[in-house]
Design a protein around this ligand. Structure first.
Ligand code: HEC
Ligand code: HEC
Length: 332
């Protein structure tokens, strides 16, 4: 049976009226929100997008930038145990931890390097240049040796880092520039539960003993090691549980991206605890954390200004340490 044309007309009219009401009430709501002027642009933190590599200029400066990117993506080819420049680094690539050559937000991106360096950092207790910071990762994360600040290799990596962050306003840091800060657990990381997560979610690529998988050329890793003698050393950022957990959240298992983690925060803390409970190269820098009170809650080496054990500083719970820190800061 066909509906009468009048009914169709009435129905159309109703839809139009309803649509108009929805449209205007929606607009009205918007007027209650703060207007987006130049002021709010810095506070409404939009997500950072790295510049397009096809736009790197075809100049000598552009050549440096391109070479810097190669050094960061294929570090082991140049500095690995079988590197063509030297044999001092552990075989990992910068990109193993700074995903997509540092262009991926929440995966240790390089978004805020050009905009924030040189800057004071409490670990070294000094104002660090970009060159100093790169050498720190070479000595710690790559368990290698520093390179000369005037070398072509350093100049190239710095040129790339400056190029990649060139659109970020000086002094500012885009959202997700480094990694996520996970809410603390109210207990220590459970390394036994973590070992099961490792077995089911990580081992497939990183290997049953966490040693990674070498590529056919034996010069680089297809899957980098998570512990052992070719892994980051005890002075590296990832040896701090908050940094390792923060990285895993939006980066691992491989393919994971912001904003969709594949593991719960609890699983992440546990697997991070398990990884950092394993053996790795031991390295100390005498100049680290010259102000004891500035040591982060998860820095696992004393002495401390608080009375918590090294074990608690390594595996948590970090909440009580943070609380004690805050109340002692209030007193002084
Ligand atoms: C094992 C993992 C790992 C490797 C490999 C690694 N890094 Fe890092 N890097 C980190 C971590 C973790 C941080 C600290 C991020 C933070 O503070 O949240 C960091 C920080 C940095 C920063 C400072 C970023 C900022 O926003 O302050 C630079 C620059 C950097 N790395 C460069 C390099 C370069 C160049 C290489 C290779 C020569 C390299 N890294 C290799 C883990 C790594
Ligand atoms: C599908 C393979 C795959 C799985 C599964 C996987 N990873 Fe990875 N992982 C990689 C690759 C590949 C890299 C290096 C990324 C790059 O170079 O782009 C990496 C890098 C890492 C790194 C930084 C570099 C290093 O070796 O220290 C950590 C830490 C890490 N993975 C932890 C984990 C954890 C924890 C899990 C399990 C929850 C996991 N991964 C599961 C492939 C995988």
């Amino acid at each position: 049976m066909k509906p009468a044309p009048v009914i169709i007309l009435i129905a159309l009219l109703l839809i139009t009226v309803a649509g108009t009401i929805i449209f205007f009430t929606g607009r009205k709501k918007n007027t209650h929100q703060p207007s987006i002027g130049p002021e709010s642009k810095t506070t409404v933190k939009s997500e950072w997008l790295a510049p397009d590599t096809s736009l790197i200029p075809l100049t000598t400066e552009g050549d440096l930038i391109r070479f810097g990117r190669k050094l960061i993506a294929n570090t082991s080819f140049y500095f690995g145990p079988a590197g063509i420049i030297n044999h001092q680094a552990n075989g990992m690539n910068c990109q193993n931890c700074h995903l997509d050559a540092g262009t991926r937000i929440f995966s240790n991106s390089f978004a805020a390097v050009a905009s924030l360096y040189p800057q004071f950092r409490p670990r070294s207790g000094r104002i660090e240049s970009i060159e100093f910071r790169v050498n720190e990762c070479l000595e710690r994360s790559l368990n290698g040796k520093k390179i000369d600040s005037n070398s072509t290799e350093m100049k190239s990596m710095v040129a790339y880092l400056k190029w990649v962050g060139k659109e970020v306003q000086k002094g500012s840091k885009p959202r997700g520039a480094n990694t996520e800060e996970l809410p603390f657990l109210n207990r220590q990381a459970d390394t036994l539960k973590g070992s099961l997560i490792f077995q089911f979610r990580c081992q497939l690529c990183h290997g049953p003993d966490g040693q990674g998988v070498l590529a056919a050329d034996k010069k680089s890793y297809t899957y980098p090691p998570l512990w052992g003698k070719h892994s980051y050393n005890t002075a590296a950022g990832l040896y701090r549980l908050t940094k390792l957990a923060g990285f895993i959240k939006y980066s691992m298992p491989f393919g994971t991206k912001y904003p969709t983690p594949q593991l719960t925060d609890e699983q992440i803390w546990n697997v991070a605890g398990f990884i950092n409970s394993k053996q790795r190269p031991v390295k100390f820098f005498k100049y680290d954390w010259p102000a004891l009170a500035a040591k982060p809650v998860d820095y696992p080496f004393g002495p401390y200004t608080d009375s918590f054990s090294e074990r608690q500083h390594k595996y948590g719970p970090f909440g009580p340490i943070k609380k004690a820190k805050e109340s002692s800061q209030k007193k002084t």
